[in-house]
Design a protein around this ligand. Structure first.
Ligand code: 13P
Length: 249
């Protein structure tokens, strides 16, 4: 039995003052029982979030990381830096990074390896665009992404990997994938992990769904056999709506 994992991707929202308000609100309203809850604020908010989350069960994550260890890489943030501010998780390969910053499966794979080498956990995102879904090549796209992002990762690495299936057309659009559409892709991802590794690994891996998850649709999505959690964008920016996704689990 896999426990549910709910992560909030704040994206480029909340300054330090707003971060403090949101974290304090979450501490009051989020009651995590058998659910792992993670918040991923922007880099500038990680320190204040870490301080405010002391003693809480809510875990801290970052939204991206550099492939480099240190040195002359202006604007980049390393895994060591993230670890030093209490991050236990890092999201890599979000579709916004793929789309706006031209990140490839190969680069995402390198980032995942950096995170794992630092003994942290990684949330690796995959997902097809609307055009790809309409061309009926979703399975092909997801297969190529999964093979690319997992290349060279060991079976023991996979214990610290979460895969987030985020159909690009469902992100920020208010139009979530139906539970059936999401479940179909989650089953495909689990099957691929089984083929690359083993059924033991496939049965254990957490596969989150992301894309317009909100309190109104979370329960049905999360009741699917292969949907083990959610990666939440817009609805994680208010304590009530984030708690409204977590509390019914
Ligand atoms: P929304 O929940 O706003 O659609 O965003 C999903 C997402 O991209 C989470 O990473």
């Amino acid at each position: 039995m896999r426990n549910k994992v709910i992560a909030g991707n704040w994206k480029m929202n909340k300054d330090v003052f707003e971060t403090a308000d949101l974290i304090n609100g979450l501490k009051k309203s989020v009651a995590a029982k058998n659910v792992e809850v993670i918040v991923c604020p922007p880099f500038t908010s990680l320190v204040v979030a870490q301080q405010l989350l002391k003693g809480s069960t809510i875990k801290l994550g970052a939204q991206d990381v550099s492939v480099h260890d240190d040195g002359a890489y202006t604007g980049e943030v390393s895994v060591t830096m993230l670890k030093s501010v209490g991050c236990e998780y890092v999201i890599v390969g979000h579709s916004e990074r793929r789309q706006y910053f031209h990140e490839s499966n190969e680069l995402i794979n390198q980032k995942a390896k950096k995170v794992l080498a630092a003994s942290m956990r990684v949330i690796i995102c995959v997902g097809e665009t609307l055009e790809e879904r309409e061309k009926e090549i979703t399975d092909k796209v997801i297969t190529a992404q999964i093979k690319g992002v997992l290349a060279g990762l060991s079976e023991s690495d996979l214990e610290r990997v979460i895969i987030a299936y985020e159909p690009v057309w469902a992100i920020g659009t208010g139009k979530n994938a139906t539970p059936r559409q999401a479940e179909d892709v989650h089953q495909l991802i689990r099957k691929l992990v089984g083929q690359i590794y083993s059924w033991n690994v496939a049965e254990k891996i957490i596969i989150q769904y992301g894309g317009s998850v909100k309190p109104e649709n979370a329960k049905e999505l999360l009741s699917q056999d292969d949907i083990d959690g959610a990666l939440v964008g817009g609805a994680c920016l208010k304590p009530d709506s984030f708690a409204g996704i977590i509390s019914p689990i």
